[in-house]
Design a binder for this molecule. Structure first.
Ligand SMILES: O=C(O)CCC(=O)C(=O)O
Length: 281
């Protein structure tokens, strides 16, 4: 095993990314998928829409589309919840992933920001929103250690060129931070600084994980057809990396709490009391 980790680490350092096969158990991926299904089905049931009981990718897409069509607002609330699921963190912090990151020399590991949920399906394109991500680097969205990594885990097999694979430019991480344009959601690399022909799709099956450098130029690949590709990712920073110490552990993400009471008059005393009521045996 240490030899294998060594090989993956060499590949990562050379190309700027590596696929760790079976780094997350099937059980952990299933738990994320069932949590996502539950989030959507509860909202559908509340709206009086019968959810599909099909647990396959098709059934999941169907349930997401039904909510998307009925209430875009509730659909987006569901997406926002996925980033916060404990099951997502449990998968992305699997022992295999953490051992690999430690092997790269991370002494004290932290999350520069929340996990991210990546949902790709033509039918789920939010009006005026974006679907695929343009060529970008992730470091400007962290600005922490120079060796920071992204851990990306698909929730289904992503093994065809037309299935929204991640596409990377091998060795682009060695160029450091390239000139680019800062958008709200991404730091898009200036097209004068890469050749579009250099992107290559990186395939990963359910349970595999792609680890890539925060400087690796990457984008969402192409798609055809009516299907769903889900993935979640997190970022790890190496807090005690030399320049991160010198720069005083920069932390560019701010917590914003909206303390306005959203549902006026809620909760009443009896709503809270009901939570603690003893169930009759
Ligand atoms: O899932 C995707 O297609 C894009 C993910 C990505 O680019 C990122 O996490 O930086």
């Amino acid at each position: 095993m240490p030899e294998l980790i060594q090989q993956y680490a060499s590949c990562y350092k050379k190309n700027g990314y590596v696929v760790l096969p079976s780094a997350v158990s099937n059980q952990k991926v299933s738990k994320i998928r069932s949590d996502i299904t539950t989030l959507f089905c509860k909202q559908l049931a509340f709206l009086g829409i019968r959810p599909s009981s099909d647990a396959s990718d098709r059934g999941l897409l169907e349930n997401m589309c039904r909510l998307f069509d009925e209430s875009l607002e509730r659909y987006q609330c569901c997406l926002r919840q996925v980033n916060k699921l404990v099951s997502v963190y449990e998968a992305l912090c699997s022992e295999q992933v953490l051992s690999f990151v430690r092997h790269l020399g991370f002494e004290v590991i932290s999350f520069p920001t929340d996990a991210v949920f990546h949902c790709m399906a033509n039918r789920l394109r939010i009006p005026n929103g974006y679907m695929r991500l343009a060529p970008h680097q992730d470091w400007p969205a962290m600005q922490s250690s120079l060796d920071a990594v992204i851990v990306w885990a698909p929730l289904m097999d992503v093994n065809t060129e037309a299935g929204f694979p991640l596409e990377m430019i091998p060795q682009s991480h060695l160029q450091g931070l390239l000139p680019g344009i800062t958008h709200d959601h991404v730091y898009e690399v200036d097209p004068n600084y890469y050749d579009p022909e250099d992107f290559s799709p990186v395939y990963a099956n359910r349970g595999d994980v792609i680890i890539f450098s925060a400087f690796c130029v990457h984008k969402t690949g192409d798609h055809t057809g009516d299907f769903l590709r889900l993935a979640c990712s997190t970022r790890f920073e190496n807090v005690t990396e030399k320049t991160n110490v010198i720069r005083g552990y920069p932390s560019i993400h701010r917590r914003v709490v909206d303390r306005e009471i959203r549902t006026q008059g809620f909760p009443k005393k009896e709503d809270v009391a009901a939570v603690f009521e003893q169930k009759e045996r």
